[in-house]
Each structure stands twice: as C-alpha cells, then as structure tokens.
Write a protein that binds this ligand. Structure first.
Ligand code: NAD
Length: 472
C-alpha cells in the first residue's frame, strides 16, 4: 500500500469508503450491474429528461433537439449497447495454449480495475460524464466523478441523479473547481478517465504516475478536414457546416480547419454561406437552433483569436459578428490566414472555421503531419486513391470519409485520440476494457509436458529444450 499521508485531503475518507467496499461491489453479479444501468437509463430517459434539457439551456443555450441527440440519445444508446453485450464480455474468454503447455488450459477474465476517477468537461456535460460512467459500472468499478465547474446547472443535476441511484460506496459525484480536481488527483485511484484539454491531460498523467494509476485521456486539438477537387461541393458544405457549428463549434471532434484545393475555395465558401443561412437564418442570433459560448472567458478567448486574425489581414468571408451579453459569436468563416495566426495554432473550440488552401495533396498531407496528431481527420473526396493516400500517410484518432463527427456515434468503433489528442479508447467494448484489468489465468489439469524440463539439467534435457525451441 501507499506510504503517502492523505489526512489533509478532503476526499480521502470518501475514497477509503469506496476502496473498502470495492472488492464486494466488484464481485456483484451481472444482474446488479444491469440493474444499476437500467436505473440510470430511466433517470435520463424519463424522470430527469425535462430537467436535463432545462439545465443545458441555462448553461449553454443548447437547443432541445441537440440535447436529445447529443446528450440523451448518446447515453441511452451506450447503455443499450452494453446491456446487449455485457453477458458475453463478462464471460471468461478462452484462448488456445501452445503445445509446450500441454496439460493446461488458458483463459482471461475482465475484472474491475477498482476505484476510478472520472473528470469531465463542459461541452457535453451529461454525455461525457455518464458515458464513461456506464463503462465503469459495466466493468464493476466504484467511481468518484468530478464534472466541470463551467456548467453548474448540469453538474448540480448530475449530482442529484447520482445520489438517487447509487450508494456513495459505488458512485459519488464531487462538485468543484481546479482545486477539487487537484486534491482528487492526489489519491491512489486505480484508473483515471479524463476528458478535457491536452494541457490538463498532462497534469492528470503526471498525477497518475505517482501511483502508477492507469489513464484514459480523451483530449482534443485541431482536427483537419481535407477537401479535394473531386467532391460534390454542395454536399460537402452541407455536412461540414452542420459538424462545425453544432454546439457552436464546442465539440472535441469539430472540424477545426479546412484544407481545400485552391481552385474550389470560392465555390466552397459560397456553398457554406448558403447552408449557414439555411440552418440558422440570415441572422443566426435570432435562431433557436444555434448555441452560445459557454462562459465569458471562452467568449473573450475566441474574440481575441478573431482580433488577431484581423490584425494579420485575414479575410472574414462569412459572419464575424459578436454580442458579448449573450456570448454570441455568429458562424464565421475566415481565409487568408498567416501561419502564425492564433486560429491556426490553437484548438479553436468555437464557431470559427479557417480555410487553408493547397495546390497538391502531398502539400495538404505534409501540413497535417507538421502539427500534433489530431483526434479526428476528415476527408472529402470521390477519388479512392486520394482517400487511401491520406489515410495511409497520416495518423489520427478517428476518420470520417465524406462526413464529419458521426464516427463518435458508432459504439462498435473505438473512440479516442493518439498522443496529443489522447491515450486509450472509449465506447462499447473499448470503454469496458478501459475500466477492466484483463487477468490471465492458466489452469494445470494434468501432467505438464514442460515438467520434463525441470532441473537438474542434463544433456538429454538440453536436447529437449532445443527441440522445444524448434518445434513447439
Ligand atoms: P479542461 O481541460 O479545461 O477541463 C476539463 C476538466 O478538468 C474539468 O472538470 C476541470 O475542472 C478540470 N481541470 C481543469 N484544470 C485542471 C487542472 N489544472 N488540474 C486538474 N483538473 C483540471 O477542458 P474543458 O475546457 O472543460 O473542455 C475542452 C477541452 O476538452 C478541449 O480541448 C476539447 O477538445 C476536449 N474534449 C475532448 C473530448 C474527447 O472526448 N476527446 C470531449 C470533449 C472535450
């Protein structure tokens, strides 16, 4: 056990409570896990549905339809997927044994990692808190959750939901700011599941290193969209405008910037303009379908990115309107950006879409590879060779071809990044694995052929060892 003294840590008693019960909770059968997941499903789908919509309206002005699809549906879908697969996942997974292990059988089991910490962000507060929680419960863990302080109405409601469903030994939710997260990160959790920015991800990983806790880091960064000149511009613009301005661009897999073949840039910008008007009217501030920036601080951050771009003579092709009181930034498209513009250096996480042009696909690929590895990379092309070339010559957490964002919704796929955009995967079986230890078991049931090679060693045993290397 750990020799570190935690007596001054506010959350140590809660942690101990969970730790002391975890072996029991972890051995509760399949039915218990399903029962808890069903309770969570009912809470989100029925009991608290209207209040979830209300909380997200207060926190983010999130449109009702977006709440239904990107928060409620995502969690319900994850629970349904787990319910139909969990029995199979919890079975022992038999594997073959090599001839040299004749007389034994082998299998592995998924056992709970133990006491886990989930730290979540504000952009999809329910989805990104309860999503990982579903995987953690499915795998039999005890969990402490720290949601984001930026969306207080959502965090308070999640706390109420957690309290009505779970005992504190099983799941507890702690509200608070950075100081709370810092204190929690001192504790010797068995696994930490963090969703947030790459910078905080590094803090989480170094805290985890102190106890050698395993981590899943679901991070962000700049996700590029590469468009070649073979596409149907209308269709591409329709999908990109949807993916970019959903939740006012505050999505980890939002297309951060577009890399487009020079000759089709103007047509593409015009098509985007048309679709922005179609989705959000010519005056998006009046649209009920358009969200707001989460806090004043984030509004000011985005405002400074725009000012920086303007000071470097960029072209505001569409939008660029701001209204500080309601934290409104209109859907904005910007071109002619200098490489040192903040919009091309930092993750945008807001409704501003920079357009960068290229002349050859190699140039576009080199541009992507000169930056950190992204969480998502989107390709719009009808040319199979171009698609293959981009996929083969780049690295990314996930990719959609001729669409964006939707890969998140398929629970048969692993979701997560690579290096700067994340470590580990979530959703479905991948989420269950993130919260499980794969324990290897070998059962010896008869005389083991390998016993022939136990000491004392002789010339015959040396021959047998050589035969084993050659044939078994
Ligand atoms: P953030 O990293 O600022 O905060 C995330 C969580 O970490 C919050 O609960 C916060 O309280 C906590 N936190 C903040 N600073 C901390 C510190 N110094 N020490 C310990 N904990 C700290 O991220 P955010 O602003 O909430 O979310 C935006 C970021 O999250 C973007 O980079 C986005 O791409 C990423 N994101 C990733 C995913 C994904 O699934 N990969 C999903 C959503 C958001």
């Amino acid at each position: 056990m750990n020799n570190i003294d935690f007596k001054d840590n506010t959350y140590y008693q809660l942690f101990l409570k969970q730790q002391s019960r975890q072996l029991n909770i972890g051995t509760l059968p399949y039915n218990h896990r399903i029962k808890q997941l069903k309770k969570l499903k009912t809470a989100i789908e029925a009991t608290y549905r209207d209040r979830i919509i209300e909380a997200l309206h207060k926190d983010l002005n999130k449109p009702r339809v977006e709440v239904e699809l990107t928060e409620i549906y995502s969690i319900i879908n994850e629970i349904k997927f787990v319910k139909s697969n969990l029995r199979q996942w919890m079975r022992k997974q038999k594997v073959d044994s090599p001839l040299s292990m004749l007389g034994s059988s082998s299998y592995y089991i998924y056992e709970p990692k133990g006491v886990c910490l989930i730290i979540s962000p504000w952009n999809f507060p329910f989805n990104l808190t309860f999503g990982p929680l579903v995987s953690a419960i499915a795998a039999g863990n005890s969990v402490i959750i720290k949601p984001s302080e930026m969306t207080p109405n959502s965090s308070a409601l999640m706390s109420e939901i957690v309290k009505t469903i779970f005992t504190e030994e099983e799941v507890a939710l702690v509200e608070g700011e950075v100081e709370t997260a810092t204190q929690l990160l001192e504790l010797p959790f068995n696994h930490i599941f963090f969703t947030g920015s790459p910078n905080v991800g590094k803090i989480v990983m170094s805290a985890a290193a102190k106890h050698l806790a395993s981590v899943t880091l679901e991070l962000g960064g700049k996700s590029p969209t590469i468009i070649d000149n073979t596409i149907n511009i209308e269709k591409a613009a329709k999908r990109i405008v949807w993916g970019k301005f959903l939740n006012a661009g505050q999505i980890c897999v939002s297309p951060d910037y577009v890399l487009i073949e020079e000759s089709i840039k103007t047509k593409f910008v015009n098509a985007c303009k048309k679709w922005i008007e179609h989705y959000y009217t010519a005056n998006p501030i009046e649209s009920d379908s358009y969200a707001r920036i989460v806090t004043e601080k984030h509004f000011e951050r985005l405002q400074s990115y725009l000012e920086n771009a303007r000071s470097l003579d960029a072209n505001v092709e569409v939008g660029g309107d701001l209204e500080a009181n309601s934290r409104y930034i209109s859907p904005t498209i910007i071109s002619n950006l200098k490489e040192d513009a903040t919009l091309l250096k930092e993750e945008i996480f807001g409704p501003i879409l920079p357009i960068v042009t290229y002349n050859s696909l190699d140039e576009a690929i080199a541009y992507v590879n000169s930056k950190e590895r992204p969480l998502a990379l989107y390709i719009y092309s009808k040319n199979k060779r171009n698609i293959k070339k981009i996929v083969k010559n780049t690295r990314a957490g996930g990719t959609c071809i001729n669409h964006n964002v939707i890969h998140y919704a398929n629970h048969n796929l692993p979701f997560g990044g690579i290096n700067n955009s994340g470590i580990g995967k979530s959703h479905g079986l991948f989420g269950f694995k993130a919260f499980s230890n794969q324990r290897a078991v070998v059962k010896q049931y008869a005389y083991g052929i390998n016993e022939l090679l136990f000491p004392p060693y002789s010339a015959l045993k040396e021959k047998l060892a050589k035969l084993t290397v050659k044939w078994f």
